[in-house]
Design a protein around this ligand. Sequence first.
Ligand SMILES: NC(=O)c1ccc[n+]([C@@H]2O[C@H](COP(=O)([O-])OP(=O)(O)OC[C@H]3O[C@@H](n4cnc5c(N)ncnc54)[C@H](O)[C@@H]3O)[C@@H](O)[C@H]2O)c1
Length: 312
Amino acid sequence: MKLLCTGGAGFIGSHVSEAFLKDGHDVHIIDDLSAGKRANVPAEATFHHLDIRSTEAAALVKTEAYEMIVHHAAQMNVRESVKHPREDASVNIDGMLNLMEAGRNHGLKRVLFASTGGAIYGDPAYTPQDEDHPLCPVSPYGVSKLACEKYLNFYREEYGIPYVSLRYANVYGPRQNPAGEAGVIAIFIEKMLNGEAPVIYGDGTQTRDYIYIDDVVAINRAVMDIEGTRIFNVGTGKETSLNELFRQIQAHTAPSIDNEYGPAQPGEQMRSVLDISRAERELGWSPKTEMSYGIRETVQWFEKSQSRARTQ
Ligand SMILES: NC(=O)c1ccc[n+]([C@@H]2O[C@H](COP(=O)([O-])OP(=O)(O)OC[C@H]3O[C@@H](n4cnc5c(N)ncnc54)[C@H](O)[C@@H]3O)[C@@H](O)[C@H]2O)c1
């Protein structure tokens, strides 16, 4: 299949693009390299250095007539979205609409959308949060992702283009972006490798659902074979506290360095964990990666990239 993977120079999009290439798809990538790196783009992919909001990107979608858009390009920093909600909406909403308007009359048959399980539900009314949990995002980023899902529903109703929305929990692994929803992992690892003590804000009992990139790639592949429109949470269903996360990273980096504690961040959500039973039941997918393995792989990648940076 001829696919357009947006954000394919970024963390998740580059891994997903690699997997689709291995599966024999013809993969084109659009990325403006605002956060991604040219080096992350797989050599076999056709790369277009473009902003998803541009007329050039729209023209490309028309002339190439992609059958599917796998949409990972986004402004994905929750704090930035709070500071600059219009920029967040511009990239996340306008950018997607630009591609959808171009694709709807030019062969587009399906969309796979990278949504968020961490930010779309808002403060939990109950845990774990399933796909039917109320959608009350508390950040502009969560609002823009929700708007994208609603727009995709419009394109399905109006033009018959089905979509799959994957609501990712906190994704970590090699190439992860420290500004992302699992950015704390990158920040802790980088500090520990530099011999510095990371600071945990609050008492460290706040929990998140951390999922390793290989498991995220696996569900992207699993949904390629399904028909129609579906929404799936993508997490582990397990809560990990910041204290536990730090211990895991400490074991693989600098066991002699302890964390410090700082003042709690006002308004910080205390718990977040996704119910993943729909994806397990309907796709036969389940996360396979033990956290200790995932953290070790991630630490090794950061070690290698730090030593590459030192020798450059
Ligand atoms: N990492 C997570 O924990 C997480 C959790 C939930 C959802 N997501 C979603 O998954 C997707 C990928 O996230 P990621 O962690 O790989 O982030 P990332 O920043 O590594 O990747 C995003 C890519 O989009 C590109 N991009 C940004 N604005 C663009 C624009 N205007 N035009 C073209 N390209 C643009 C960036 O250069 C980058 O390469 C995002 O949509 C994000 O919202 C990520």
